[in-house]
Design a protein around this ligand. Sequence first.
Ligand SMILES: Cc1cc2nc3c(=O)[nH]c(=O)nc-3n(C[C@H](O)[C@H](O)[C@H](O)COP(=O)(O)O)c2cc1C
Length: 152
Amino acid sequence: MKAAIIYFSNSGITEKLAKRIKKDTDGELIRVIPDKEYGGYFISIVKMIGEKITGKTRDFVNDIPDLSEYDTVFVGYPIWGGKAPVILQNFLKKCDLRGKRVIPFATAGASGIKSSVEGLKVVCSGTQVKYPFGTSKKNKGDYRSWMEKVKQ
Ligand SMILES: Cc1cc2nc3c(=O)[nH]c(=O)nc-3n(C[C@H](O)[C@H](O)[C@H](O)COP(=O)(O)O)c2cc1C
């Protein structure tokens, strides 16, 4: 497996998981960086709701990466309102993911990853979205068995 790990993390929890995946896969870490920080928990919630109402979201400062050498792209994010944050979705729309295996991973307070995966499938059309892994404060996912499955 030759992997890239694209992720967005607002308060560092998803980033920690992304770094663990990097260690286990020797993949390239690509952090999606907003042009302006979202801020702390409550301010971020207000901003997320504002983005939903206006359709205007933060932009990202990253260049779009060349993913041609990778067969697998891990996509990581915090669950925001049951979904992947729009800034990450916008970034993914610009990436050429065709023919790749896309593996979502998400962290949350309590929600599972399932509700966010359907949206990702639309954003990452032309790819195989497989083996989603979610972990939350309430339900810790079984990272080790997930990683074993992904590596097979
Ligand atoms: C704007 C916002 C929306 C959130 N929405 C949800 C949610 O719908 N369900 C949930 O379980 N947790 C929700 N959370 C909690 C985050 O998913 C959780 O804290 C996550 O692990 C943060 O990851 P990060 O440190 O990588 O940003 C939300 C947090 C924020 C800031």
